[in-house]
Design a protein around this ligand. Structure first.
Ligand code: GUN
Length: 168
């Protein structure tokens, strides 16, 4: 990995994320929501909200996964990101998260809860630094990383995309 990228990872104290890339939680609200005030797909209580730094590099990607919550992505630095969503009915969309707002990029993007999604750095030899905010707060029990074979069974027409953006 490039020295400048290692420097960002070290300076921000990022660690490897199971989906690919590196992250650090920067915020977890003290306040909590009781299980009986949450939808049925949450088991146990959750913090009101959490936020992370998330860094992807050109030679890695965020593999297809989903969470219960809507996830707000905020662009900070580096290359724009191509984020792919697959809805429950298999509709594929691509969104470019970046700062070139006059050419279709968006500095913020919201991934709807329950959608499968994956992300990749657009530029070669680069990185993307973003923030990801969710409410209710993040819990790995709400996080599902899916196997290539399983996702292809759901959406066979997206086989090539799924093969490229899954790790296992
Ligand atoms: N905390 C740990 N992993 C994640 C993630 O993928 N998204 C969010 N929003 N928070 C996290």
């Amino acid at each position: 990995m490039k020295k400048s990228i290692v420097n960002i990872i070290d300076t921000l104290g990022l660690v490897a994320h199971p989906e690919g890339g590196f992250y650090k939680e920067t915020y977890r609200s003290h306040g909590e929501i009781n299980e009986n005030s949450l939808p049925d797909n949450y088991k146990g209580k959750r913090n009101y909200s959490t936020c992370i730094y998330f860094l992807l590099t050109s030679n890695n990607f965020s593999a297809f996964h989903r969470i219960n919550q809507d996830e707000i992505w905020h662009f900070y630095d580096g290359s724009p990101i191509r984020l792919h969503t697959l809805s429950a009915t298999g509709v594929h969309e691509e969104h470019i998260i970046g700062k070139d707002i006059f050419n279709g990029q968006v500095p913020q993007f919201i991934v709807p809860g329950g959608f499968w999604f994956a992300a990749e750095v657009i530029h070669k030899d680069s990185y993307s630094l973003v923030g990801c905010t969710v409410s209710p707060g993040f819990n790995f029990n709400d996080f599902e990383l899916i196997k290539r074979e399983t996702l292809v069974t759901f959406f066979p027409k997206h086989k090539k995309l799924i093969a490229r953006l899954t790790h296992m």
